[in-house]
Every structure is written in structure tokens, then in C-alpha cells.
Design a protein around this ligand. Sequence first.
Ligand SMILES: NC(=O)c1ccc[n+]([C@@H]2O[C@H](COP(=O)([O-])OP(=O)(O)OC[C@H]3O[C@@H](n4cnc5c(N)ncnc54)[C@H](OP(=O)(O)O)[C@@H]3O)[C@@H](O)[C@H]2O)c1
Length: 287
Amino acid sequence: MAAQIIDGKVVSADVKSRVKKAVDELKDVGVQPCLATVLVGDDPASATYVGSKQKDAKEVGIVTRDHRLAASFKQNELVELVQLLNNDPAVHGILVQLPLPKHINEFAIINTLSPLKDVDGLTPYNAGMLQNGMALLKPCTPSGVMELLDYYKIDVSGMDAVIVNRSNLVGKPLAFMLLEKNATVTVCHSRTKDLDEKLRNADLVVTAVGNRQRFTLTADMIKEGAVVIDVGTARLNGKLAGDADFDSVREKASWITPVPGGVGLMTRAMLLKNTVSAASIAKEMSQ
Ligand SMILES: NC(=O)c1ccc[n+]([C@@H]2O[C@H](COP(=O)([O-])OP(=O)(O)OC[C@H]3O[C@@H](n4cnc5c(N)ncnc54)[C@H](OP(=O)(O)O)[C@@H]3O)[C@@H](O)[C@H]2O)c1
């Protein structure tokens, strides 16, 4: 029987409606949640992402500040801007769009962000808090994956989970989130030995490679009834596609996320959730 679809449209709409309600409640007590976005350079994909994030924010009543800077903007100037935003009480969340131009050290910028305004959940403080199961602001994509599993009541406790990705944005934080929910987690990457065998034994497969030539998840690589979460965004015949060969994998999996219409929408929704959480934290701290 074909897998059931884990529908990012449905779940992201649910998250957004909860966020809108929380925004309205904050406004009622005089707090206007605000997200500042920072884009350095003129990469068209990054500009599109920032534009979508601002549009999403407006939809739920979050105001935005748009900082668009020339590619020649210097690292020390960017540090100063982030510090200004850190110290501005009207700004609750700061999103620095990655990747940054090569002359800027990304870690230095992320490390400058106030952990209380770090709506991407990438500061070392928030990463450490996540490892301790105590993070208030968590990275949006893995949080979105967990929200999808939760919505469809897919209990990962005791599952063997294989993540194909070890980035700070996806694989590493997701490993801690799944561990927190009692899954047994294996984190794989381009140097992993016997990846196919590991995948075939997994109850839950999360892939985030984004290059179909290098890696395509096919039906013969998964166990019958596995849950498949496809985070990858690749191009296939000019169209957006995930890592999985969707039609064949769907025949063998029990649950699967489509691309588009799956994790991508959740990443966007979780940024809104983090922004409203940051605004609530700021309000509590000011009391
Ligand atoms: N849908 C969303 O909201 C969303 C959000 C974030 C990212 N993404 C997508 O997820 C993908 C990954 O993003 P990222 O930022 O984490 O990129 P990344 O840092 O480049 O991560 C790619 C991962 O894939 C691994 N990999 C590459 N080739 C492989 C192979 N043949 N076998 C096994 N593993 C392989 C890499 O291993 P090494 O570490 O050894 O290089 C790395 O861990 C991209 O397609 C991105 O667009 C989607």
C-alpha cells in the first residue's frame, strides 16, 4: 500500500494559525513582535528566501525590518549592525541570511547574535542548550521535521533513525531532537561506509543531500514501512525535487514527505514560531 503523505501545507498552516494567535495576544499587551532580516550581497536565491520570510511574517502580524547590504559590506560593519539589532528592544528576532560572502566569517557573525534573538537557533549557546534538552530557540528545519512527526503522531521512541546529513543547520540538531524523543540515531554523510545497509535497517530515514547525481534515495534502499522525511532540495529535469525518487519510495514507505509541499514550508513556519517565542521571552525578561 502506498505511503501516507506527511503534508507540510496542512501542518505549516496549523503552526501559522497558532503563531497568529500568539502574536495577537502579545499585541494586546503592547508587544509588537518584530523580525529583522539581514541580507548581504545580491544572490538571487537568498533574496527570494528573505522576501518569502518577510511575506510570511506579515501574514501573521509580525513586523519586519529589512537590511539589504552590498556584497562589499565588511565583517566588522556586519558585527556592528548585529550588535545594534541585539540592543534594539523593538527587535525580537534577527535572521542573518546564509551563506554570507566568502570574506565574512559566518561563525563570527552567528556568535555575535544575541542567543535570545537567534531565531535560526544557530548560536553556540543555543546549540549547547539543545544538546542539554533545554533550548528555547531551535534550528527551524529540524524543528519543522519534529513538528511534522508530532502532528501525524508518528512516535519515534525506540526507532532506528538514519539521518543523511551532518550540517549544523539540519543533521546535527535533528540528531539531538530525535535522541530527546528516544530514537536511536545514526548520522551519515559523504564518507559513511555501507550507507545502503544502514538505510535498509532504518525505521526512520531523513535525507538532506540536495544533489541527485550524488545521492538519490530509491525504494530498494529502504525497509518496508519506513518513515521517509525528505529535506533535500534538488533540481531534476528543471523542477524542484527532493532526494527521494518519490513515486517508487512511496510504494514501500509507510509515511513520506513530498518536495515541494513538505519540510520547506515547515522551515518557514518555524521561523515565525521562533520569532514569537523570542518576543515572549523578551516580554518575560522585561517584567
Ligand atoms: N527544505 C528545507 O527547508 C531545507 C532547509 C535546509 C536545507 N535544505 C536542503 O537540504 C540539503 C542540505 O542542506 P545543508 O545546508 O545541510 O547542506 P550541506 O551542508 O551541503 O549538507 C549536505 C550533506 O549531504 C552529505 N552528502 C553529500 N553527498 C552525499 C552522499 N553521496 N552520500 C551521503 N551523504 C552525502 C554531506 O556530507 P559531508 O558532510 O561529508 O559533505 C552533507 O552532510 C540541501 O538540498 C538544502 O537545500 C532544505
